[in-house]
Design a protein. Structure first.
Length: 157
């Protein structure tokens, strides 16, 4: 049975030698045989499998970047809505307008940027923002942490 030698890339990789050649060098005459040129990474190589698995778990749409719980009180306070929202880093709410309801947004944790009628406002924990009916607004997260806030929405009658 013939055996096939297995190459170890780390062991066989070329390293600069302490000696410069000549009869005093123990590797004299064999120095070129010890050099193994390894291909340099070009950045276009094979992506490891674990990267594919990790990327598959990342949210792919704006709706996946947000989690929320809506609490309504039917029959008690008509039209009142309370929402607990969690926006992950990179999430955004496009600019929209609520014509018939006013909105209160209270930030619990994290940071975000709100655009209210063209003005940019940074919010962080314990900030309360009032958005009157008919005012265009948009939001997106700021920083690398989740933005956790509650929204109280009520009709303006």
């Amino acid at each position: 049975m013939a055996t096939v030698p297995v190459r170890d890339a780390k062991r066989d990789a070329w390293r600069p030698m302490a000696c410069t050649g000549g009869p005093a060098c123990p590797f004299w005459g064999r120095r070129s045989a010890l050099r193994v040129r390894l291909p340099r990474p070009t950045g276009r190589g094979i992506v490891p499998r674990y990267t594919y698995r990790r990327l598959a778990k990342l949210p792919s749409t704006a709706a996946d970047l947000r989690r929320h719980t809506v609490l309504n009180l039917p029959g008690m306070l008509d039209g009142l809505s309370f929402e607990h929202m969690v926006m992950e880093p990179g999430a955004a709410v496009p600019i929209s307008t609520e014509e018939e309801t006013g909105i209160l947004i209270f930030t619990i944790a994290g940071r975000g940027v709100m655009v209210l009628d063209g003005d940019r406002i940074e919010v962080s924990a314990n900030d309360l923002v009032h958005i009157p009916a008919g005012v265009p607004y948009g939001m997106h997260t700021l920083g690398g942490t989740d933005w956790v806030y509650v929204v109280l929405q009520a009709p303006t009658e």
